[in-house]
Write a protein of this length. Structure first.
Length: 122
C-alpha cells in the first residue's frame, strides 16, 4: 500500500493591522501542520508560509520599549541583551517576526527545516 505525497501548499498571512503574537502563532500553527490531514509528528509537511505587509504590523510603543532579547555566548560574562527598538533599527520588522515564530516552534531536529519554509515580505 502506497500513499500519495501531499502537494506543496502555500499559505499567505496578511500582517497589516494585526499584532505580532497573533501573526506569529498563526504562522507557527501552519508550519507545524497540526490541522492538516497529513500531520505526522516526525515529518515536516510540504507547506510554505508567506507573511506579507510585515511593516504594517501593529506594535505598541510599550512593547517596543519593554521587550528584551537575551543571548548567551557560552563564555563567562557572555550574556547579551538587545532591546526590540535596537533590533527594529538594525535588522527590521522581519527579524522580530522571525524570532517570534522561531520561539513558538518545538526545539527539535525539524525546527530548522520548518523555519526554512517561512518567508517574510515587508
Amino acid at each position: 500500500m502506497t500513499t500519495a505525497a501531499p502537494e506543496i501548499k502555500n499559505h499567505v498571512i496578511d500582517a497589516s493591522g494585526r499584532t505580532l503574537g497573533r501573526v506569529a502563532s498563526e504562522a507557527a500553527s501552519v508550519l507545524l501542520g497540526k490541522k492538516s490531514v497529513h500531520f505526522v509528528k516526525y515529518r515536516v509537511l510540504p507547506v510554505r508560509v508567506t507573511i506579507e505587509n510585515a511593516k504594517k504590523l501593529w506594535l505598541p510603543e510599550r512593547r517596543i520599549k519593554g521587550k528584551d532579547y537575551t543571548h548567551y555566548t557560552g563564555y563567562p560574562g557572555g550574556l547579551r541583551h538587545t532591546s526590540m527598538s535596537d533590533m527594529l533599527e538594525k535588522k527590521g520588522v522581519a527579524e522580530v517576526l522571525h524570532k517570534a515564530v522561531d520561539g513558538m516552534l518545538p526545539r527539535n531536529k525539524l525546527r530548522n527545516e520548518r523555519m526554512k519554509r517561512l518567508t517574510i515580505i515587508d
